[in-house]
Design a protein. Structure first.
Length: 362
């Protein structure tokens, strides 16, 4: 592994945060409101501890692993060369498919809100081409891009959400009682599902420089992601109400289209679309980079870049094998993809890491 392509833990955290903004903004608030109703704005309070526990557990299992050992190497060390490589290949195949899903969902979202007469294959091809170029480069280049974009994205999201505050109605959010706890717990599942996707970035952990001094585990990126989840759900639900928040496609986008800034109605959809494109692009590039990193470990090839082009091509093919139309694709987006992600990222990956830890392989 090239010693020049190293990033810090902070850079990895920023890359995770910016990447996961993509699915978080895409699924909310509809996914949470579907389960929790008007109490969905409180579901983040239940999702955050679960997400923090998962991240803390994976960090603990990797604590004594060599610095250059990513999750692909840990699986081989913990499960053995045959089972470990099988697990790695399984993850690579799913993430290749997931890359196609990310590209397709980005295209469908743009077509539904901004370019109704656009061409889905062209959007997917352009997204994959740009992400392929970035994923073929250095990890630190992608992480640096995320570092540059993060303060801009956070500032824009904060301004947009706060500007929507005058339109929030308490009648859409209250009352909430103890009887709503069950719904809130179910509503926390899609939010936790996105947080759990951070486990995929453990495949890049072998590229992270370990700090000389051990500091307490803190997850600022996770807290920021939770704040975004809370904000999107709170303001969208508070503005539209439960029924419209579920029924409207891209409800959050509809809420902010005519927000008032300094008393003037501003058209901010271009800004929000830019957020979508940037986060989708960085997430897709990161996924392609992760897939290439897995294949590098499985095959023993020194340079992972050789795997990026075929991975991107397979992702492009899978983008159109998912579903023939937007309505069928929505079922994949709402149920199938989140379920597989939850199984793999929140259950199988921690279990694999735990086996290696218990067997003292790292």
């Amino acid at each position: 592994m090239g010693k020049t392509d190293r990033i810090t833990e902070r850079q990895l955290s920023v890359l995770i945060f910016v990447s996961l903004l993509s699915p978080m903004i895409r699924i909310l608030p509809a996914s949470a409101v579907l389960f929790a109703g008007r109490s969905a704005w409180l579901s983040t309070a239940l999702a955050l501890p679960a997400g923090a526990a998962l991240v803390a557990f994976t960090r603990w299992t990797r604590k004594n692993a060599p610095e250059d050992m990513g999750l692909a190497d840990m699986a081989v060390a913990g499960l053995g060369p045959v089972v470990g490589r099988f697990f790695d290949i399984l993850c690579a195949l799913w993430l290749t498919f997931y890359g196609g899903f990310i590209a397709r969902s980005a295209a469908e979202r743009l077509l539904a809100t901004v370019y109704p007469n656009g061409n889905t294959p062209i959007f997917v091809a352009v997204m994959l081409a740009v992400a392929l170029f970035t994923a073929s480069g250095l990890t630190k280049t992608l992480s640096r891009t995320a570092e540059i974009m993060m303060p801009i994205l956070v500032a824009v999201i904060a301004v947009v959400l706060l500007s929507a505050l005058p339109d929030v109605s308490a009648a859409h959010l209250l009352p909430v009682t103890y009887r709503d706890l069950k719904g809130m717990a179910y509503g926390a599942l899609p939010i936790f599902d996105v947080m759990a996707a951070s486990a995929y970035f453990l495949f890049l952990a072998g590229r992270v420089r370990r700090p000389k001094s051990q500091r307490p585990n803190r997850f600022p990126w996770l807290i920021m992601l939770a704040l975004v989840a809370f904000g999107v759900t709170f303001f969208t639900l508070g503005t539209l109400g439960e029924k419209l928040a579920v029924a409207m496609e891209n409800a959050f986008f509809m809420v902010i289209r005519n927000i008032k800034v300094l008393g003037v109605v501003e058209r901010v959809e271009a800004v929000v679309v830019t957020i979508w494109i940037v986060t989708d692009f960085i997430f897709l590039a990161a996924v392609l980079m992760i897939v290439a990193e897995i294949w590098r470990t499985v095959t023993g090839v020194k340079k992972r870049a050789v795997f990026v082009v075929p991975s991107a091509a397979l992702s492009g093919a899978s983008a159109f094998l998912i579903a023939g139309n937007a309505f069928a694709f929505q079922r994949w987006s709402d149920f199938i993809v989140p379920a597989v992600n939850l199984l793999l990222a929140a259950i199988l990956i921690p279990a694999v890491m735990a086996v290696g830890k218990l067997r003292r392989r790292y």
